[in-house]
Design a protein around this ligand. Structure first.
Ligand SMILES: [Zn+2]
Length: 234
């Protein structure tokens, strides 16, 4: 969200919060320290959440203070959160949560907030991504978002699309997960009763356990397109 300096903009009437800077930085409009919105994306199981926690650790070690947010991974089930224990330390981003209020309320309590680590960002609302941009531009908060780019249809999640549009930098995470053929995994296939499906609701609770009726499997593009789950996958 940007504050366009148009005379009829209703946003100009909104009083500026004490810790909010004019769009672009300090009083003269120059950047304060060049906060940035960064989006790191990759398929499931590629280590995004681990990288998110590592980044939080690195910043904290440098004396910076931030918050970690996440959203219950409704497409992959509870396995992701229990695997790395992130939910314990993270703030759940429900639809109604305003990330700007999250930061300003903490600051009002005297808590320093230098950055946000937003895990599972593809499952956030588009409005949350707009709030991330405003936090960077008007509140001098660094935002590091992590998430899937595409759903099981190989289409962008709405929030991921907005992150691609708004982020200062976008980086594909070095993939640790491979397709059964050994190629780099790129796409998350939804598998129902042993078949790759490409139609249906964008988010369906499933499992990564092999026996589940609805499950997800990372494939290379070639085998995603072919619907080939590999030998012995019948
Ligand atoms: Zn493959």
């Amino acid at each position: 969200m940007t504050d366009h300096a148009t005379a009829d903009s209703p946003r100009l009437a909104r009083p500026r919060r004490p810790d909010e800077h004019p769009a672009g930085g300090g009083a003269d409009g120059r950047p304060l320290h060049a906060a940035a919105l960064r989006f790191y994306w990759g398929p499931m199981d590629c280590g995004k959440s681990t990288m998110a926690l590592q980044m939080n650790h690195n910043h904290a070690r440098q004396g910076r203070r931030g918050l970690v947010t996440t959203r219950i991974d409704r497409s992959l089930g509870p396995q992701v959160t229990t695997r790395i224990g992130l939910a314990h330390e993270a703030i759940e981003v429900i639809d109604e949560l305003d990330l700007r209020v999250l930061v300003t309320s903490r600051r009002a309590e005297g808590v320093r907030i230098d950055y946000l680590i937003c895990d599972e960002a593809s499952f956030y609302q588009i409005a949350h991504v707009e709030q991330m941009a405003e936090l960077v531009d008007n509140y001098d908060v660094d935002v590091y978002a992590f998430g899937l780019a595409t759903d099981f249809r190989s289409r962008l999640f709405p929030a991921a699309r907005r992150l691609f549009e708004l982020a200062d930098t976008v980086a594909r995470i070095q993939v640790e997960v491979l397709c059964w053929c050994g190629r780099e995994g790129l796409l998350n296939a939804r598998v129902v009763n042993g078949q790759v499906v490409r139609e249906g609701a964008q988010v369906v609770v499933g499992d990564t356990a092999y026996t589940a009726q609805v499950r997800y499997q990372v494939l290379c593009r070639r085998h995603y397109r072919a619907g080939d789950l590999g030998p012995g996958s019948g």
